[in-house]
Design a protein around this ligand. Structure first.
Ligand SMILES: Cc1cc2nc3c(=O)[nH]c(=O)nc-3n(C[C@H](O)[C@H](O)[C@H](O)COP(=O)(O)O)c2cc1C
Length: 412
């Protein structure tokens, strides 16, 4: 059995903490009716008030001073739309193909660990919601249910991606990749921006007793660095992973390969040269290296420095997408699809229904934004719809510094 499967067998026992958290949950303020939630932000407000302090800290936290996390959110507001008027916009289509998978909207769920901290049905509820909503779910290597159970919770032929953190035990990874292929997973998404975990202080500050990382079996400990769940779950990650290993992952899985966490045009070009099928421009929701640029800036950098990339592979973005307008602008700038992270974890507080409600809110907002912009199909979205002037001064123009000529003695 693949490594993702085994440790979760004793999940209930190992997640004694979770049961305790569930009882804490019942002592917390009661949740408003789902129908009264009308935006992504409403879900976060409920999560902040009703999740256990540890669950909310783990989900909401970001690295050190939260600069990248906040920049992700602010960046969307700096792209301004340029609507066209007097067009017949009675109907609108939001469907997209993502690596050949049909999606009812140009967004998918980015992988996020330990969904069971939000709801006892965790990733199973998410799979059912995605099946009903026609949305692709990228399953985390650190999911709280076995891969086979999550896939079985979906509909036949429902598209799933598997996010991969490469384990130092490569045999375990080979077994996982083969089982992913046998289960009909549609793509492997290798996370490349987290060879070591970022320092997430809100997560570190709350003790994490009795929590076990499902894949590695690593037990949360509270040492003098804190009690971070993110740190525990990253313990098994092989930080020697490099470009040459990609061929091995492709060969063993036989599946399309996406790199998650590309942050420069230079690495996007490398991805093309290594035969990668898609890249997810991402700074890990600001959870990995703090002060990295938001994915939207990397998207603009690609257009400036490596526009050929768009004709070789699919480009996705994630980080701070909370509105239909955010998604529309990224699509207009050439992204095939947008990844949604924290919002689905927060919506999961209402189980499957909550996640479906979240999808409906985002789709509604997209349709409204498309119609108000004068388009009726996401395929009509184009760069001229977006005024990028406020972000342009921040777009990097090349790999070398534009005017500092000094060079270090050693350089990769
Ligand atoms: C609680 C949490 C857990 C995450 N776990 C993973 C993971 O296991 N693997 C991974 O590649 N990315 C992980 N991410 C990063 C997300 O895939 C995604 O890049 C990020 O959440 C996007 O930003 P957003 O939350 O602002 O939408 C996680 C993010 C959160 C919030």
């Amino acid at each position: 059995m693949a490594s993702i499967e085994t440790p979760t067998l004793s999940y209930d026992h190992e997640f004694g903490q979770h049961n305790e958290q569930t009882s804490q949950l019942s002592r917390r303020p009661s949740k408003p009716a789902l129908s009264s939630l009308i935006s992504v932000h409403d879900f976060e407000d409920v999560a902040r008030q009703t999740f256990t302090p540890k669950a909310y800290a783990f989900y909401s936290s970001a690295a050190t001073d939260l600069v990248s996390h906040q920049a992700n959110l602010q960046c969307h507001r700096k792209l301004l739309l340029r609507p066209r008027v007097l067009r017949n916009v009675q109907r609108a289509k939001t469907e997209r193909s993502i690596l050949g998978c049909r999606s009812s909207a140009p967004f998918f769920f980015s992988p996020a660990a330990m969904a069971r901290l939000a709801h006892p049905e965790g990733e199973l509820a998410v799979a059912r919601a995605c099946g009903n909503e026609g949305i692709v779910q990228a399953i985390s290597s650190n999911a709280s249910y076995p891969l086979s159970d999550i896939v079985a919770a979906g509909k036949p032929d429902q598209p799933f991606f598997l996010q991969l953190y490469v384990n130092t035990d490569r045999q375990k990874i080979e077994a996982l990749l083969r089982s992913a292929r046998d289960l009909g997973i549609k793509a492997v998404m290798v996370t490349v921006d987290a060879p070591v975990p970022g320092k997430r202080e809100a997560d570190e500050r709350i003790a994490a007793e009795n929590i076990v990382a499902p894949i590695s079996g690593a037990i949360a400990e509270n040492d003098k660095k804190g009690g971070g769940l993110g740190r525990v779950m990253a313990k098994y990650i092989d930080s020697t992973l490099c470009w040459e290993d990609l061929a091995w992952i492709k060969r063993v899985s036989g599946l399309p390969l996406v790199l998650k966490g590309v942050q420069t045009a230079a690495d996007a070009q490398k991805a093309v040269s290594y035969g990668v099928d898609g890249i997810l421009l991402s700074n890990h929701g600001g959870r990995s290296l703090d002060t990295t640029q938001p994915a939207l800036l990397t998207l603009l950098e690609l257009h400036k420095c490596a526009p050929e990339v768009f004709s070789h592979l699919e480009v996705y973005v994630d980080g701070g997408f909370t509105r239909g307008t955010d998604i529309l602008k990224a699509i207009a700038l050439g992204a095939t699809a947008v990844g949604i992270g924290r919002p689905w974890l927060y919506a999961l507080s209402y189980g499957q229904e909550g996640v479906q409600h979240l999808c409906e809110i985002l789709k509604d907002e997209m349709i409204t934004s498309m119609k108000l912009s004068g388009i009726t199909d996401v395929d009509e979205a184009h760069p001229g719809m977006v005024n990028t002037a406020l972000l342009e001064p921040l777009v990097n123009k090349g790999e070398d510094h534009p005017w500092i000529k000094w060079q270090p003695k050693a350089r990769l």
